[in-house]
Design a protein around this ligand. Sequence first.
Ligand code: NAD
Length: 375
Amino acid sequence: MREIPQIRFLTKPTLSPRVGPNLKEGLSTMSMLEKMIEREFENVHYRYDKKTGLRSIIAIHNTKRGPSLGGCRFYPYPNEEAGLKDVMNLAFAMTFKASLADLALGGGKSIIFGNPKTEKTRDKLEVFGEFVASLNGRYITSVDSGTTPEDLNVFKTKTDHVVGMTQDFGGSGDPSPTTALGTFVGIQACAEVVYGSTDLNGKTVTVQGVGNVGKVLVKYLLEAGSKVIIADYDQNKAQSFKAEYPDVEVVTHEEILFTKADIFAPCAMGGVINPDTIETLQCTIVAGAANNPLASMEIANRLHEKGITYAPDFAINAGGLIHVADELQGFDAKRVDDKTRKIFQTIQSILTRSKKENISPAKIARDMAKEAIPA
Ligand code: NAD
């Protein structure tokens, strides 16, 4: 019989007026429980602090390989349900990411509701640190969209279960370049399987988003002789990148998805390949750092049917996790580099098995990750 997962409200969840009917009516609580059972989540914890206004969720998907590790996202979700869905999707993917990267870790993730530019206060961050501490190491937090290594320094004043602080606080520094390296070797593995060679010289690569990961990835691609076309939602960022690297071509963020290329590297936000965009993609490989770039597993199947090779996000972008997780055993840059370069073999195995079994790489990657998780 299936074990019923635990749901623990550490305090009553906040139900602000702008939340709408979601959790208030219990409907989304029911669908959350269904999702927890369907995806075999261990716990979903809520924290509301009246004094600071902190509203936060920590989702722990699986701890069978070890404690769950995943970043804390600070984001202005339109309602509780949107945040809940995001944190559960992210935690779920972290289990697979840790497993495929062969780390003794499980999958978890956390979110703080609010605009990180206007609603982030030290008090809130401290209460979040206490929230993490209350889980006694079942969840280890780190950086994600909307949080910074400096924010992690604040968490660290309340809990030891945090990695990725600034170097003066014992952290290992920005993991993004490691994520970019893993993504680059993953792209090489895709090229080998699809084109018969890892050589990216002369290949056209479109990169969506030149943020912390995208900009380093572009440098690797240029060094490899690729023709690189970039776009960033922030036009100034794209233009200043172009000023530094005149060989790149810039298109708008609307155009990048439809620009003809050999390889499309999504390095921005999730859900960019969806029913509206999939039919207009003009590439043979999709391989980038973005988390959850595919809107659903149906999209993964459709890509496979169309003959577009997809490098599963949680396999190719594991470099950042490998980097911060290494702090748990005393950071060693050489070990991190070696483990990150193994992403090449991981992607190669996924794509080879996908070809052999004629099943989408996304599904194969999940199966491979599950096979390495104790029952
Ligand atoms: P970032 O915020 O530094 O960069 C993202 C960039 O994408 C920004 O410059 C933003 O302006 C741009 N952008 C947003 N929407 C866009 C759109 N529609 N079109 C074009 N550009 C758009 O983030 P990052 O740290 O570089 O991470 C990029 C992606 O990789 C995210 O999905 C992140 O979750 C994932 N990821 C990052 C790491 C890491 O180590 N930083 C690790 C694993 C996964």
